[in-house]
Ligand binder design. Structure first.
Ligand code: HEC
Ligand code: HEC
Length: 364
């Protein structure tokens, strides 16, 4: 009898906990960062070296860190990424902290978050980013003894060396990258003085009247889904023929009907060819914004004031956003809250480049 009464109480407890969470999906909209990932340390260490290794690119000029700069939360500080030599890119390079938690990868969501190694392969082999070749990469690793030693430690001395392992190792390194603890996290953990008063007001708006948590929710402040905001074009894409060509090539590569006719970045539509996806992009994380500007898929907004003003007026043509009637003070409060989502960057020791000269000397 006592046991039954206890079970009833427990059931009530569970029901109460469920009711107490504000999110429709049963999950709180605002969540702290999850604990660090468990990784294979030898593979992650090889991946760390490869991340900075320019010899993964076709002509040895670019590494991942050329566009994903550790000091900039692994973004590059530019509106649009530089391309591989002789090309220019048509999208903004996203930061990579906590990339392992993203439900979808790339601004148009064309890759599942589970496929981090596939995203790395795409970055290495794409003509606009690194123009590398998987077989050549295996050969280059074999020819650089310190790198080969790291590879043997990660995959075993008897294993067959394959270029794909480089992608796998870099993905393992990316899983070690996490955002630091922000003022917002300290606030969630119960430190009521962590957020300055203006940012605390911004948080109430963010999760209340401004409706930001409708899309920016969960540990990364992203629902991982596609949304149409009607973000204006970045005129630099059409002004620079090398960027226009990259956009048109991307459209042709993904089988978009009549790829040369459209000179706007149509986001997920280019991949799915579904009209509902026209101009749809994945909700980005809002952590680390202090280091990752300019903002949006095409870096069209230089400041958070501009981003908040854009959301506030209900976005651009075809947007899902509704216009909000916010005062100038409320917009400032939202910006102060967004700033409180950044934390000092995690420390990282950049490995020194291995040089062929020293290797040749060792062999004599
Ligand atoms: C020439 C610049 C450049 C180089 C070099 C580069 N990237 Fe990127 N990276 C980008 C751009 C631009 C995007 C966004 C592409 C898009 O959305 O279509 C991106 C996207 C990504 C993403 C998806 C992130 C997300 O949140 O959606 C990952 C992961 C990534 N890069 C990892 C790497 C790795 C690892 C390397 C090295 C092997 C690398 N990148 C090299 C420019 C670059
Ligand atoms: C309907 C979903 C939705 C809502 C609601 C929403 N956002 Fe966004 N937000 C997005 C999407 C999608 C993007 C990226 C759009 C793009 O690049 O084309 C974005 C981009 C941003 C960015 C730029 C991030 C970066 O790294 O480039 C900020 C900052 C931002 N939103 C803040 C807010 C704030 C503050 C609110 C509430 C006033 C809000 N958002 C409401 C979907 C939404």
């Amino acid at each position: 009898m006592r046991q039954t009464a206890r079970n009833v109480l427990l059931a009530w407890g569970v029901a109460f906990a469920t009711l107490a969470t504000p999110a429709a999906a049963g999950e709180p909209a605002l969540q702290p960062l999850p604990p660090a990932a468990v990784v294979d340390p030898a593979r992650a260490e090889l991946g760390r070296h490869l991340f900075f290794e320019s010899r993964l690119s076709g002509d040895g000029s670019r590494s991942c860190a050329s566009c994903h700069v550790p000091d900039k939360a692994y973004a590059d500080g530019l509106p649009l990424a530089r391309g591989y030599n002789g090309t220019e890119h048509f999208r903004n390079a996203p930061g990579l902290l906590s990339v392992r938690r993203r439900a979808r990868l790339m601004w148009d969501g064309r890759r599942s978050g589970d496929d981090l190694a596939g995203a790395v392969r795409e970055m290495v082999t794409d003509a606009q980013t690194m123009n590398g070749d998987t077989r050549v990469i295996a050969e280059r690793i074999r020819q650089i003894p310190p790198l080969f030693a790291l590879w043997q430690r990660a995959y075993g001395a008897q294993a067959e060396l394959r270029g794909e392992q480089a992608y796998d190792a870099i993905a393992e390194f990316l899983r070690t990258l996490d955002f630091g603890v922000s003022a917002f996290d300290r606030h969630l953990a119960g430190d009521r003085s962590a957020l300055p008063p203006l940012a605390a007001e911004g948080l109430r708006l963010f999760d209340g009247k401004a409706g930001c948590t409708q899309c920016h929710r969960g540990p990364l402040l992203s629902d991982g889904r596609l949304h149409r905001l009607g973000v204006p074009e970045n005129p630099a894409i059409l002004r620079d023929p090398l960027r226009t060509v990259s956009l048109l090539r991307h459209q042709a590569e993904h089988g978009m009907p009549d790829p040369m006719a459209v000179r706007t970045d149509l986001g997920a539509f280019t991949i799915t060819h579904q009209s509902a996806d026209r101009g749809a992009f994945v909700t980005p994380t809002l952590r680390g914004l202090a280091q990752t500007g300019p903002y949006m898929h095409n870096g069209v907004f230089a400041s958070l004031d501009e981003v908040v003003a854009f959301h506030e007026r209900g976005g651009g043509p075809g947007s899902e956003l509704r216009a909000l009637a916010l005062t100038a003070h409320e917009r400032q409060a939202l910006v102060a809250f967004l700033q409180a989502l950044s934390a000092p960057l995690p420390p990282l020791v950049v490995p020194p480049p291995f040089d062929y000269g020293s290797v040749a000397g060792d062999a004599q």
